[in-house]
Write a protein that binds this ligand. Structure first.
Ligand code: ZN
Length: 96
């Protein structure tokens, strides 16, 4: 069994896709047991996949913290809000 075929199948399994024809999860695991190179490759691919998943779906807590911070900044008038007509300084002319 070629390592390249094994890795293609391992990648598919990590992505939750179907294994290529002729390959089973059992055969993949058997190959990993006897092939240190593919074991290392699989560990790296797994780390990459889980890392990507985390980046694409940030924990709910982060989002809530960001929203809370935005709300505090708005209430403190640090961020510019909508300006009502008539209250905006026309600029240019100044008394005195
Ligand atoms: Zn291999």
């Amino acid at each position: 069994m070629l390592c390249s075929r094994i890795r293609t199948a391992l990648s598919a399994r990590l992505d939750g896709e179907e294994l290529p024809p002729g390959l089973t999860a059992r055969r993949l695991d058997d190959h990993l047991v006897g092939c240190p190179d593919c074991r290392r490759w699989h560990a790296q691919a797994h780390a990459l996949t889980t890392g990507l998943d985390r980046a694409l779906a940030p924990p709910e807590g982060d989002r809530a913290a960001a929203d809370a911070l935005l709300a505090r900044l708005r209430s403190a008038a640090v961020l510019p809000g909508p300006v009502a007509p008539g209250t905006a300084d026309t600029g240019g002319k100044r008394a005195g």
